[in-house]
Design a protein around this ligand. Structure first.
Ligand SMILES: NC(=O)c1ccc[n+]([C@@H]2O[C@H](COP(=O)([O-])OP(=O)(O)OC[C@H]3O[C@@H](n4cnc5c(N)ncnc54)[C@H](O)[C@@H]3O)[C@@H](O)[C@H]2O)c1
Length: 258
């Protein structure tokens, strides 16, 4: 029996790097996965990969900022499998133009907030009544270690949006604990993806960052998938309202250079 056997999971941003790694692991652990993304081809690729490996998945081309579309996607998931246990609110954007508040672009910040925060809230709005009917379940919200630490190379709109996700996580955990719904935030540090490669394209910058990570490497998509799996599974049965930092030790490191 897999760790998510019989569970139905609504996973947003499932066409992206971390979403795809998580969807694949969830499916290998027995979950039926609704792979949600604005990019139809990417969502389908993820779902087809799962099906080709003997798992169960559907692809839904949905923009998490579009309330009617989110509602329809949640309904389609419940109609397909009969119930809903878990949401992994992983969809998010981290535009490279987002830097300090001193150069803040209000429209860019509004877009980041709409996808990262409002999108997360909307998926919760429509999924929670179904998870309640199931008799409980788990919500995993994708935040970032930038919700809990600052950085000299700032991403201020992004960090603020990920902080809002932690606050929302606390509130939902308290509101729905008695319904058997656990709500936790996952706060990864830099994972070896295209975004991270963009930020540390320069070899010296990359080395400086690596020097600051006690475990000596960037994170891997499978590191995130494993923690998301644990948070979604019954093994985390008494864990709620937490923002779990997964960063190779970066956030506990006061200073690396002697
Ligand atoms: N990569 C990292 O180092 C890192 C670190 C901490 C947190 N995160 C967070 O992890 C999540 C996934 O990141 P990733 O690195 O896999 O990025 P990614 O760009 O590969 O994946 C994000 C996915 O979200 C989808 N998406 C964007 N806007 C959407 C919308 N409005 N509706 C539905 N889907 C939408 C994209 O199409 C994409 O497939 C994000 O929330 C990101 O902020 C990433």
């Amino acid at each position: 029996m897999g760790r998510l056997a019989e569970k139905v999971v609504f996973l947003t941003g499932g066409g992206g790097v971390l979403g795809r790694a998580s969807a694949g692991l969830f499916a290998r652990e027995g979950a039926r996965v609704a792979v949600v993304d604005t990019l139809k081809d990417k969502a389908e690729e993820t779902a087809q990969g799962i099906i080709a490996s003997g798992g169960d998945a559907i692809a839904l081309c949905t923009d998490v900022t579009d309330e009617a579309a989110v509602r329809a996607a949640v309904e389609a998931t419940v109609q397909h499998w009969g119930h809903l246990d878990t949401i992994f609110n992983n969809a998010g954007v981290m535009p490279h133009q987002d830097e300090s508040v001193l150069t803040l672009d209000v429209e860019l910040m509004a877009r980041i907030y709409a996808i990262n925060v409002t999108g997360t809230a909307l998926c919760c709005k429509y999924a929670i009544p179904h998870i309640k009917r199931t008799g409980g379940g788990a919500i995993v919200n994708m935040s970032s270690f930038l919700a809990v630490v600052g950085c000299i190379k700032p991403q201020d709109a992004y960090g603020a949006s990920k902080g809002a996700i932690v606050a929302l996580t606390h509130s939902l955990a308290v509101q729905f604990g008695r319904d058997g719904i656990r709500v936790n935030a996952l706060c990864p540090g830099p994972i070896e993806t295209e975004h991270v490669r963009h930020f540390f394209a320069d070899e010296a910058a990359r080395k400086l960052r690596l020097d600051h990570i006690p475990l000596g490497r960037f994170g891997r998509p499978e590191d995130v998938a494993e923690l998301a799996l644990f948070l979604a599974s019954d093994a985390a049965g008494w864990l709620t309202g937490q923002a779990i930092v997964l960063d190779g030790g970066v956030s506990c490191n006061y200073f690396s250079v002697l």
